[in-house]
Design a protein. Sequence first.
Lengths: 272, 325
Amino acid sequence: MRNRPNYLAGLGSLVWLFVVGLPLYVMLVATFQTRADYAANGPLALPERLTLDNYVNDLSEGFGQYFLNTVIVTVCVVGIVLLLVPPLAYAIVRSQGRATSTVFRLFLLGLAIPSQAVIVPMFYLINEAGLYDNLIGVILPTAAFAMPVCALILSGVMRDITPELYEAMTIDGASSRRIFFQLVVPLSRSGLSTIVVFSSLQAWNGFLFPLVLTQSTENKVITMGLYDFQTEHGVDIPGMLAAVVLSALPILLVYLFARRALVQGLMGVGGK
Amino acid sequence: MTLAKAPAVDVDGAKTRRRERPGHRSGPRPGHRAATGVGRPGFAWAAPAAVFFGLFAVVPLLMVVVLSFSRWNGLGSPEFAGLDNWRKLLDDPVMIESLWLSLLLTVLGVAVQTPVSILLGVWAAGHQRNRAVLSAIYFVPLLLSITAVSVLWRAVLDPNFGVPSQASWLFGDGNLLGTQSSALGVLVFVSTWQFTPLHALIYQGAARAVPQVLYQAAQIDGAGTVRQFFHITLPQLRNSIVTSTILMVVGGLTTFDTVLILTQGGPGTDTTISAYYMYQKAFKSFDFGAGAAVALLLVAVAGLVSLVMVRLTGYDKMRSTMEGV
């Protein structure tokens, strides 16, 4: 309909490209220079000599370990979410019990609870449970706080399954377990992939729980590694920025190859 | 911003879908003979998730109330302290200031992010040739963790080695985190940089859903691009504006990582917003009772603001944007 090119909008889009691109450019360029070269060239110049030293140093100074820890946390969080949320969403959509609808309302309320609100009692509970400075102590609350959004996404997707399909299976005498595995799970694959992406992003990028609930180097996740790098070697800008790139590398790779799924997971919307 | 980090929740969906729940509590519907429970999942299906969520989210939320009336330094067990924490907090100028700063940061964030994300979202809903490539690049900040974004901007804004050192005509001495106003400006800017793609995506979806007949009718009436934007696009986006603003408000009030990494609440206590003050009280001064009280106050303020917004905008009984089409 609007055929005339809108030069103002075109200009605006380029201005925003500059705002988004400038720090990303500074970051990439800095990480491939030595500290001395970076200081001499300034942040904006193109480097003359390229080096991978910053990445190698970061990896040898613990980032390999942090990476591994973050993978463990992410896999476990996704595992817990995948184990608990699909049956929950199925019950929310199909059960007629009062208890289930109360649980659903509890999860809706949970959407509004920020993790900052509970961090003090969480510290107390995790301490009491003997899980302080233990990756399990990070995994459990992270999974719990990813659950409300996942339950909402998945029950939305499951609700779109036509009632006739349920009825047909019920008439055939199928138990709710069989209906779940043969009807509900196969038809909610898009929603399942969205909650996998959403919960893994929550786990990978999580900061407050690891900050408060872990301490030692061998239990650091990658966001904590970044934070500590910045407080301890804040002047080593190329090394610090290389750590930023490393921390985001897996997500950037997924973005390159599965952009749609990632965007949907980030937005927390159903896989439609 | 937990919520912000935490991604958009389908707020409209939550409401409408709940109303749609079939046969919920009203017993079997006519024509659904099988609906009496045969082949329907029982509570056992929801129980494991409910217990897990209860243990790690609901119990802590209840405990924060208890702890706000307790004295605890992180060792031993908490003791009942009555109203002590609350009395101290309400007399604490830093506490009161932190609430104002949280609100200020939130209002500034909404004021800056909303226009930028509406413009970008509407633009991205169009058919420009370079749209797909640019949108893909715009999205990158949202992929980084808040931690990574804060560290990145700390490096980029470094007074000695960062961009300000190259443009003293623009940045003066280059120490952007050295005064209250510029430090607040940096915090707002960094959040905008990171979360604009999220909100732009909300607006993009809504702008695509605007019925084309409206634009056709406007064109026949001779309305130009600008008038079409203000008289058709913007009114049609109002549901999304409310959704996106609620997300921004909750995100803004719970900003934490950015402050911890970029300003540590400084200079002085000039950027000590409530979420950061809570962290300081509990995990730096080891006054966990006071920390719990600040957390509770923050939740109450965030809940109240969201509630007022929902009521003021009539979001709970929202008119359809399809009226008159």
